[in-house]
Design a protein around this ligand. Structure first.
Ligand SMILES: NC(=O)c1ccc[n+]([C@@H]2O[C@H](COP(=O)([O-])OP(=O)(O)OC[C@H]3O[C@@H](n4cnc5c(N)ncnc54)[C@H](O)[C@@H]3O)[C@@H](O)[C@H]2O)c1
Length: 351
């Protein structure tokens, strides 16, 4: 069985969807559609796939739809695809507001179609190992989980599309750029209970924030910091830092930079073994770093892995690795930071 994918929106990211789907056994790209016909034709020429004159025509020729349009249209177009009986992949974020995002999740459930939202970094080996180590208690009780995304975008970047930096269609650096790392840190730490945040526009002429910081209270009682910016020249690789009672892990640009667990903790029988069963920190780090070389930190490969999982979920009739409901979590955290910031940084619960 080949799952036939139709792509809605032929901008920058749709190329990654087409190139990824082409590498997946059991997947095929059956058409592209864009409200700007010239873009659909350009994509058709570039990738050798048919362009559809209308979204209905695209739906007629596919089983699943990749929604690659501006973020504030994800839920609307995803719902349209679900109503046509198509499985749905939306790019991140699931939407910029909670109500349409929840409606999309509900509609997909009612229609019996599968839904995922791209959060490709969850498919990097370094991130998955950290998630598993945090969940299995390897780091001991979790104390702190931080996400630092100090990026740089020019004004020309924001001017390159009339939706960029707008509240209704994009959001700011939290919603567009840092959402990946907010999703990962909340996933690794087991969910966010509350935030206190500040979001500001420092260096760009845009409606939304280009810099934000938040203190995070995770559900397990651990604390965290979310730092987000598109104003920090020259831009830095993003970092996740997780500290548990027995050790710390730092992931920088999806690669393990530090993985250090106190050997004494193993000696106390906390892992059911003696000191010698816990590898020396430098050996452990080297092993982790080596397995980061499996290609899963490369741009494109993570999309391929997520789209492959989704294709297999359709074929096997199971839930995808990342469901629509899971994709609501980072959105709720960001909206809570916005609410906190608008109210002088007061504590806001993430419900
Ligand atoms: N996962 C990632 O790392 C990643 C990276 C980049 C972008 N994205 C996400 O992908 C989405 C698109 O980003 P982009 O950079 O490709 O944007 P873009 O502006 O390059 O492309 C958007 C395309 O959507 C088309 N479009 C707009 N309204 C439409 C409609 N109603 N029907 C059909 N087509 C429509 C536009 O004509 C345009 O071609 C955004 O939500 C963004 O957050 C994700």
């Amino acid at each position: 069985m080949n799952v036939r994918y139709g792509i809605v929106g032929c901008g920058a990211i749709h190329n990654v969807h087409i190139e990824s789907l082409r590498k997946i056994e059991g997947a095929a790209v059956s058409g592209v559609y864009d409200v700007d016909r010239a873009k659909a034709c350009e994509s058709s020429d570039k990738h050798g796939v048919p362009w559809a004159p209308s979204i209905e025509d695209l739906f007629d020729r596919c089983d699943a739809v990749c929604v690659c349009v501006p973020s504030g249209m994800h839920a609307k177009l995803g719902t349209q695809a679900a109503n046509a009986g198509k499985h749905v992949i939306v790019e991140k974020p699931i939407d910029v507001y909670l109500e349409p995002a929840r409606a999309l999740v509900d509609r997909c459930a009612k229609q019996g179609v599968k839904l995922t939202c791209i959060s490709q970094h969850r498919f990097s080996s370094a991130i998955r190992r950290l998630h598993d180590a945090a969940g299995s208690g390897e780091l001991g009780k979790l104390l702190q989980g931080d996400a630092y995304v100090k990026w740089y975008r020019t004004q020309a970047y924001y001017d390159s599309g009339d939706w960029r930096g707008t509240r209704g269609l994009d959001g700011g650096c939290l919603m567009n750029q840092t959402i990946h790392y907010i999703d990962m840190i909340q996933w690794i730490m087991g969910g966010v209970r509350a935030v206190q945040g500040q979001a500001r526009t420092l260096t760009h002429d845009i409606e939304c924030e280009d810099s934000a910081a938040a203190i995070v209270e995770f559900r397990n009682g651990a604390s965290g910091i979310i730092q987000s910016s598109t104003s920090f020249y020259p831009g830095f690789t993003e970092r996740l830092e997780v500290h548990g009672e027995h050790g710390s892990v730092v992931i920088d640009g999806d690669r393990t930079k530090l993985w250090q667990i106190d050997p004494e903790a193993a000696g106390q029988g906390l892992y059911g073994g003696g000191v010698m069963q816990q590898p020396a920190p430098n050996i452990r780090l080297a092993a982790q770093a080596e397995s980061d070389d499996d290609g899963t930190s490369e741009w494109g490969e993570q999309h391929r892995l997520q789209l492959e999982d989704f294709t297999q979920a359709i074929i096997d009739d199971r839930e995808p690795f990342l469901t629509g409901t899971m994709a609501l979590e980072p959105l709720k955290v960001i909206l809570a930071i916005y609410e906190s910031s608008a109210n002088g940084g007061r504590r806001v619960e993430v419900s």
